[in-house]
Design a protein around this ligand. Structure first.
Ligand code: BGC
Length: 901
């Protein structure tokens, strides 16, 4: 057995963390079936040399008899700011054999004390960042019905500016770090080179509550002799437009930079932002996340980031007041370039206007490779869809102008915007002299760089297309925070959507670090009375009051799901007070246990179709579920009193729910799919009514000729509720439905991402007549969980933590006769593959420390690797249940074959 994939706080070799007792995790690999770790020893060393000898001079856990591989807290002496720790782990397998030390990994601490910051906040001189606008007379399509409503009028944004400082180092450099943050967005350069691949830093938080900083290892950039550190500073979320508003956190971008340079002679030098830095206007006339960016090539400053530049004509910067919010080390994955797309077609719409089809609804921007006479102005507009006449469909952008402008200076350029991003499939370029050359335009896909964790494929091509659409929707909308609609002027961290999609999200990607960061954002929205926001970060002045039912409940549901998925007890513990406070907030306003008051904006089962679920029923179902999860969290955390208190509350709400909304026959008020789905999924119904509720649910589906009616709150629970009540055939009929409204309807219409509304576009009505109509919105993609867990067959056993005990039980149906999935769990990769032809063949592969019950259709013979299962190595026969053979296996790969039916 060997340990691999060593991680610290979910990240590989992180530089700059401020968790004082970081938690260490690893995965295991073994060639032995059923292998488990029976012990480990962790050594944390103060240098690479010490690590090579695994001295553990900082901390040696000693041999610990334990199977644990997740979240083991560093328990050595307190760590210093900037300290780098090398670590390794040695494990013992089931036979007691030692693995030897895994190749060493490391982490490095950030700046732990306020006093570690010697730098001061600076802003560019006013001359350098003078606001520009309106954007060269660019407005929305004059023909658009929304043009006047969304007229940008005199929109102005601060002009992005350059800031720089020269410095010299009089000895060889052995180490250099840059500690950087901004109120705005920055690109850091040292000696003519951009540092790292991260984009749109320092990312988005509520800048009045918390500001993230980044730490970069700039050792390769700094040299002995003359150096320069330089930044491009834009407005971003801080001083640009967010949703429908301008400058919600501040007017003027500013930056904080501290370089710490260790010389070969042992001396440490600091280069810190201060009043001696200089600034100048950049060639970006404006740049805004929603509006777009304007680049004037003639305003370029050659060598702006190089030591050699004569910057004596630059303006002195202004030292500005520091924020009151604390600085925190970045916790989640940064936005990066995730993919590059080449257009699949280009056509000239009207003379001089070229429309490129990227073949995929994507989030990011385009990179242009272009030359043309000085003064040539290219206008690049983006849209998700085209109108019937081929023009861009811009009504659903609202005030997101999503327009980039490039002014050429006669030279060849390669240009990609810096501080903007759009949601689009089509790009219209006008102003180009002649026709676009080969390689003129490429699509650069941006998103938070989460490790990919899942793949799913089955024998149904449209279901595979749906899976692809779900994954693309996740890439585009996991952007700093879980957002909605990357195309329009919104892109907010909607809580309801996040809780609906989380299980699917976790199958597709390792979301642990991403959601850990976002939970900080969410808890930042919590008021003293326990209410949280509808969106996180909160957008001020508060656009919404306390959260609505099914939205605010994310503060309970998300930490719980992360616990189930990643076994993160520490996170659950940290979130517990916020979870309990939210439930108390609802309780206080609703002593009768039905959630009738304090429902905020009360969105209900948002964008459901042809069905209206009573809002008090919906709300009360979520109230019950949240109380239930808080009680379960209390059990895990050993909080006995809380467990009893919230358990009792769950029962009271459940009773009130049944009294108010469920008839003796099991029919529910409203009689909607969502009502039944929630009643069943949240375990709100007594056993005798549960089956009946499943029948009413199936009957409703049948009455709609196998179509769904659920909105955001019901959709994730619809197919699971059918499955749980013995209505699998109905579930498959819904999944395979291709006519409106259904999941595959949009796929049939050529969708490449999941739509916000079932009727976003229909043959009968064309585009939904609404400004709220995104073609890239992940909520309805929450069916992805069902693809992995029911078609693919990968589920967890009751009480499983961090995917340690699985149930592998593919349940084929409809026309689907094969599927395969890979899922990288927190304990390592799991794969499942099955085909059902004359026999049912199933291949399963599990990492060490994981066990699975494997359910195979009950037929006469079941073999593994050609041997009857009763005598197959590592396979335990548990018996027969509900028409299945039930077996148990541990680590390893198993090839099961059933006899011919
Ligand atoms: C957003 C959704 C959100 C909803 C709440 C919409 O504008 O796109 O994501 O959940 O508002 O009403």
């Amino acid at each position: 057995m060997r340990a691999l994939a060593l991680r610290v706080e979910y990240r590989t070799d992180p530089v700059g963390i401020d968790v004082r007792r970081p938690r260490l995790s690893w995965e295991l690999e073994s060639a032995v079936r059923g292998d488990v770790q029976i012990g480990y020893r962790i050594a944390v060393s103060s240098s690479a040399a010490q690590a090579a000898a695994a001295t553990g001079d900082l901390w040696d856990s000693g041999r610990v008899s334990s199977a644990e591989t997740i979240g083991i807290e560093y328990d050595g002496p307190e760590l210093r700011s900037g300290q780098r720790c090398w670590w390794s782990v040695h494990v013992w397998d089931a036979s007691g054999g030692p693995s030897g030390w895994a190749p060493a990994a490391f982490w490095e601490m950030g700046l732990l004390e306020d006093s570690d910051w010697r730098a001061v906040w600076i802003a560019p001189a006013v001359e350098a960042s003078q606001s520009v606008g309106p954007p060269h007379g660019v407005t929305l399509d004059p023909g658009s019905p929304l043009a006047s409503r969304f007229d940008l009028g005199g929109w102005r944004g601060p002009r992005p500016a350059y800031l720089r400082q020269r410095f010299s180092v009089e000895a060889p450099v052995v180490a250099a770090r840059a500690y950087v943050t901004a109120r705005g967005l920055y690109d850091l350069h040292v000696n003519g080179q951009r540092v790292g691949e991260d984009l749109l830093r320092p990312g988005w938080t509520d800048y009045d509550k918390r500001i993230q900083y980044q730490v970069y290892d700039v050792t390769p950039f700094v040299r002995s002799g003359a150096n320069a550190v330089a930044l491009l500073l834009g407005s971003g979320w801080f001083a640009g437009r967010v949703a429908w508003q301008d400058r919600i956190y501040g007017d003027t971008p500013s930056v904080l930079v501290q370089l710490q340079i260790t010389r070969a002679d042992g001396a440490v030098e600091f280069v810190c932002s201060d009043g001696s830095w200089v600034s100048a206007a950049s060639p970006l006339l404006w740049s805004d996340l929603l509006i777009g960016e304007c680049f004037d090539a003639s305003a370029q400053v050659t060598g702006w980031d190089a030591a050699e530049l004569d910057d004596t004509s630059w303006q002195p910067v202004t030292v500005v007041a520091p924020p009151t919010a604390p600085l925190v080390a970045e916790r989640g994955p940064a936005v990066r370039r995730l993919r590059v797309l080449t257009p699949i077609s280009v056509r000239q719409q009207v003379p001089g206007r070229w429309t490129f089809d990227m073949g995929q609804n994507m989030v990011g921007r385009v990179r242009l490779r272009v030359s043309g006479p000085a003064g040539t102005r290219l206008v690049i507009r983006h849209a998700e869809m085209l109108e019937a006449d081929g023009r861009l469909h811009t009504a659903n952008l609202r005030k997101a102008l999503a327009t980039d402008i490039v002014v050429l200076d006669g030279d060849d350029i390669v240009y990609e915007p810096h501080f903007t991003t759009h949601g689009f499939r089509y790009v219209e370029v006008s102003g180009l002299p002649g026709s676009p050359a080969d390689g003129f335009l490429t699509g650069i896909v941006l998103g938070s760089d989460l490790p990919q964790a899942g793949e799913f494929e089955c024998s149904h091509p449209l279901v595979n297309a749906l899976q692809s659409n779900i994954v693309w929707g996740q890439w585009g909308n996991f952007f700093e925070v879980p957002t909605d609609c990357p195309q329009r002027d919104e892109r907010l961290g909607w809580t309801g959507d996040a809780q609906a999609f989380i299980n699917t999200a976790c199958f597709n990607a390792d979301t642990a670090a991403f959601f850990t960061k976002w939970l900080d954002d969410l808890i930042d929205t919590q008021r003293p009375d326990g209410a949280v926001g509808d969106v996180a970060p909160l957008v001020r002045p508060a656009m919404f009051g306390a959260a609505a039912p099914g939205w605010g409940d994310a503060v309970v549901i998300v930490p719980w799901r992360l616990y189930e998925r990643y076994g993160d007890r520490g996170l659950l513990n940290r979130c517990f007070p916020a979870m309990a406070a939210w439930v108390d907030y609802i309780s206080t306003g609703n002593p009768g246990h039905l959630w009738l008051n304090r429902r905020g904006m009360d969105y209900g089962d948002w964008v459901s179709v042809n069905a209206e679920t009573p809002k008090d029923l919906l709300a009360t179902a979520f109230f019950a579920h949240s109380a239930d999860l808080v009680s379960r969290a209390a059990v895990v955390l050993g909080r006995k009193e809380d467990a009893a208190r919230y358990g009792k509350r769950f029962q009271s709400i459940r009773t009130a729910f049944n009294d108010a909304y469920v008839t003796p026959s099991g029919r529910m008020v409203g009689n909607t799919q969502t009502a039944y789905a929630l009643g069943i999924a949240f375990d709100l119904l007594p056993a005798d009514k549960r089956t009946a509720a499943g029948e009413f649910l199936a009957a409703d589906v049948a009455s709609r000729a196998d179509h769904l009616s659920t909105g955001f709150l019901g959709v994730a629970h619809l197919l699971p509720a059918l499955l749980a009540t013995g209505q699998l055939d109905t579930a498959y009929r819904l999944l395979e439905q291709e006519s409106f409204p259904s999941w595959l309807y949009s796929v049939r219409q050529g969708a490449t991402t999941v739509w916000e509304r079932w009727d976003a576009w229909t043959e009968n009505d064309g585009f939904k007549d609404s400004e709220m109509n995104s073609f890239n919105h992940y909520a309805f993609g929450s069916v992805g969980e069902w693809l992995y867990s029911v078609i693919g067959g990968l589920r967890t056993a009751v009480g499983s933590v961090g995917f340690d005990r699985l149930v592998i039980k593919p349940q084929p149906g409809g026309s689907i006769n094969s599927a395969r999935l890979r899922h990288h769990t927190v304990r390592g990769p799991v794969s499942v593959e099955w085909t059902q032809r004359e026999a049912f063949d199933l291949t399963v592969s599990l990492p060490p420390n994981v066990t699975a019950e494997v359910w195979l259709p009950e037929v006469d013979t079941v073999t593994e690797g050609g041997t009857p299962v009763a005598s197959a190595e590592g396979v335990k026969v548990l018996g027969r249940r509900d028409g299945y053979h039930v077996l148990q296996v541990g680590a390893g790969r198993y090839d099961f074959r059933t006899g011919v039916r």
